[in-house]
Design a protein around this ligand. Structure first.
Ligand SMILES: [Zn+2]
Length: 112
């Protein structure tokens, strides 16, 4: 015998996946009882309701950022791989360290 009542329910399960349930019954009393039972089960299972027009609210997957280079402390000279000294003059400060040619400020193309 063909069901005369059907009920569709869209919901997101506990993990956030969109799901759909369909209940069918031959009379309104039975379908209402089934709907109530399904709703209780959905709530108990951690599902959240989703309307017919509800967009999928899936957060974009953000790839963990992997730094290209290991982080160095402030004032680290990546050219010579050494810790520079901080200097202060006239309210400004900079890092530099002494090399054979003079002072290095930790920049490959800096003045020598
Ligand atoms: Zn250097």
């Amino acid at each position: 015998m063909e069901a005369s009542f059907s009920w569709n329910c869209r919901y997101a399960n506990k993990s956030g996946f969109p799901c759909q349930l369909t209940a069918r019954a031959e009379d309104s009393k039975t379908i209402l009882e089934r709907i109530a039972g399904i709703e209780q089960w959905l709530v108990a299972s951690g599902a959240t309701p989703a309307g017919p027009e509800a967009p999928a609210s899936i957060a974009p997957v953000v790839a963990p950022s992997t730094p290209a280079e290991p982080e160095h402390p402030a004032g680290w000279c990546t050219v010579h791989d050494t810790q520079m000294q901080m200097h202060e003059k006239n309210g400004t400060s900079w890092y530099s360290h002494q090399v054979d040619e003079g002072w290095c400020r930790g920049k490959p193309n800096g003045k020598k």
